[in-house]
Design a protein around this ligand. Structure first.
Ligand code: PEP
Ligand code: MG
Length: 589
């Protein structure tokens, strides 16, 4: 029928919700990393067509890179944008291009297959040469090759400028480095095929306040670039071609959620004190320095966790002492009159920095991560410690070491800190010699020796994201076993209690900066277990504050005692959740 537009039918897909919110925009699909390209045979008469497609893909990739370079230059500066100079050289690399054309003539296989094979061979040869510069080029070539293949497969936007329009990303996976690069103005949400609630990618989505869904298997095959999609980050739902009725329903829901946010804005300046007068320090976690504005806007008492490793991602050289000093000083100034807890570099696990020599590990979360990496690389560690010590003359900065597993690591880290103080003093550079040092408690071994550790630090901050994965032996990134990743496992409660008691015995305080602190179902339990500080995702701070204000710490204590007797995670969750519902049902999703 002419003139009648075919109405596309609505389709729903389910995944794991990791960041709340609703977004309705066109989809931008990223090619799955491991998408297999089959070696399809090409006849002689079709060879010129393959060459034409190859040339078009190279041109499109070049335009894409130039656009990204321009965007980065205007957002962060020409220096960072120059990283893409090396990428641009790859699309013009005659040796690579000639080899592709020769292989095409010889093998008569489709150009995407040939290109992928040649690029892989090229990377392997460079990797084998013992030269850091050439190894760095491998990363560039891999990135450019992915882009060229995306164009050849028609998986990249026909018009690269489409990336400059508001969209929702649909991808096989997003690494924390990818997520750190997302343009907050244009990316309104993302959906991935793999992933979990406590991956750093999910944590970042919550900080950026964009709805996100993970674990939506096979979604890249179902959605095309430009498709009309709505994502519901509350229920983990992606709706393709939402009907007018669905859109109306979601508009109503968005208004309702907005009203809750409006009400919470009113308590921004109030204290997070329970009904019976116990003050709980409520601070915020930040991943990137520019999130400092969200900290105050959400009424947090400073920063309980500054994940500094994000300063090291997506660049070819680590940040200098001067650059770090500026970031830390600026964060501390913005946090006044409150404080900022700067966690030293926690690289490794799912956060891989291309600015360091890359290493492959079978079990990266059990490998050379966090404090282990820093103790093995004292020059990198010292650069950061000097920057923190210097910025700390403002007097509201504390240092926190990640992933401490025993007293030896703490002492070695403190010895290096002392060396840094001596060096600064020797050069007459101002610094704060009295800076408070604390540690994250995120390994079971640290819990068991918390009484020893408490003698040599000023505070503990429990990193439940890792503590849960290391205690229950459940990979925090693996969606297949996500149901086993259980914050209310009885063992976790016992550990939190042990840590709080060890700290109290030595007169130091205990906070929690894992994602449990942002979950208002668990606020009654955490207050009941005696935590003195909760450091939550900025966007969740107003809710947690309202939850704290609605609770009675005495009643929470009694409930926690009961929970400690329970032998099943579900029963413990139920105890805390019932108390939450009885006191602030309106805040719960
Ligand atoms: C944690 O492990 O709970 C934590 C806060 O650190 P991260 O999530 O950065 O590993
Ligand atoms: Mg951790």
């Amino acid at each position: 029928m002419r003139g009648v537009k075919k109405i596309k039918s609505e389709k729903r897909f389910h995944g794991i919700p990791v960041a709340h919110g609703i977004a309705h925009f066109p989809a931008l699909v990223h090619l799955a990393e491991e998408e297999e390209i089959l070696p399809e045979v090409v006849s002689t008469e079709n060879l010129p067509g393959e060459i034409g497609r190859f040339e078009a893909a190279l041109i499109a990739t070049r335009i894409e890179l130039l656009e990204i370079q321009q965007k980065i230059a205007s957002a962060i500066g020409a220096h960072d944008a120059s990283i893409f100079d090396a990428h641009l050289l790859v699309v013009e690399d005659r040796t690579l291009i000639d080899e592709v054309l020769r292989s095409l003539e010889r093998d008569h296989l489709c150009i995407e297959y040939i290109f992928q094979e040649v690029a892989r061979k090229y990377c392997k040869t460079l990797e084998a040469i013992d030269d850091p510069y050439l190894r760095e080029r491998v990363v560039d070539i891999e990135d450019v090759a992915r882009r060229v293949i995306r164009h050849l497969l028609g998986k990249a936007p026909q018009n690269p400028a489409a990336q400059a329009q508001s969209h929702i990303i649909v991808a096989h996976n997003l690494t924390p480095s990818d997520t750190a690069q997302l343009d907050r103005k244009l990316v309104h949400g993302f959906v991935t095929e793999i992933g979990s609630k406590t991956s750093h990618t999910a944590i970042m989505a919550r900080s950026l306040e964009i709805p996100a869904i993970v674990g939506m298997q096979g979604i890249c095959q179902q959605i095309q670039i430009g498709d009309d999609i709505l994502i519901d980050g509350y229920n983990g739902l992606l709706i393709l071609n939402p009907s007018p009725a669905t859109l109306a329903e979601y508009e109503r829901l968005s208004r309702e959620k907005e009203q809750v946010v409006e009400r919470l804005r009113l308590i921004r300046e109030t204290a997070s004190t329970t009904r019976d007068g116990r003050h709980i320090v409520l601070s915020a976690n930040i991943d990137l320095p520019d999130e400092m504005s969200d900290v105050a806007a959400n009424g947090a008492e400073g920063v309980g966790l500054f994940r500094t490793e994000f300063l090291y991602l997506n660049r070819t050289t680590p940040p200098s002492e001067e650059e770090q000093f500026e970031h830390y000083r600026s964060a501390a100034e913005q946090a006044l009159p409150h404080s900022v807890i700067i966690r030293t570099l926690d690289i490794g696990g799912d956060k891989v920095a291309s600015s360091f020599e890359t290493w492959e590990e079978e079990n990266p979360f059990l490998g050379c991560r966090a404090i282990r990496f820093c103790l093995e690389n004292p020059a990198i560690f010292k650069t950061q410690l000097r920057a923190i010590l210097r910025a700390a003359t403002i007097n509201n900065i504390r240092i926190m070491y990640p992933m401490i597993s025993g007293i030896e690591e703490l002492r070695r880290a403190n010895a290096i800190l002392e060396e840094c103080k001596q060096e600064l003093a020797g050069k007459g550079i101002p610094f704060n010699p009295w800076i408070e040092v604390g540690i994250m408690i995120e390994t079971p071994s640290a819990v068991l020796v918390a009484d020893h550790l408490a003698r040599e630090v000023r505070f503990f901050s429990i990193g439940t994201n890792d503590l849960i994965q290391y205690s229950i032996a459940v990979d925090r990134l693996n969606d297949r076993i996500a149901h086993l990743y259980n914050p209310t496992h009885p063992s976790i409660l016992r550990m939190i209690k042990m840590v709080v008691e060890s700290a109290r015995a030595r007169g130091i305080w205990t906070g929690i900066c894992g994602e449990m602190a942002s979950d208002i179902q668990l606020t009654p339990l955490l207050i009941g277990l005696g935590l003195e500080e909760l450091s939550a995702t900025s966007a969740m701070v107003p809710r947690v504050k309202k939850a704290v204000q609605s609770l009675d710490a005495g009643a929470c204590g009694k409930m926690a005692a009961q929970a400690l007797e329970a032998d099943e995670s579900a029963a413990i969750l139920e105890l805390s959740r019932s108390m939450a519902l009885a006191n602030y049902a309106d805040l719960m999703d």
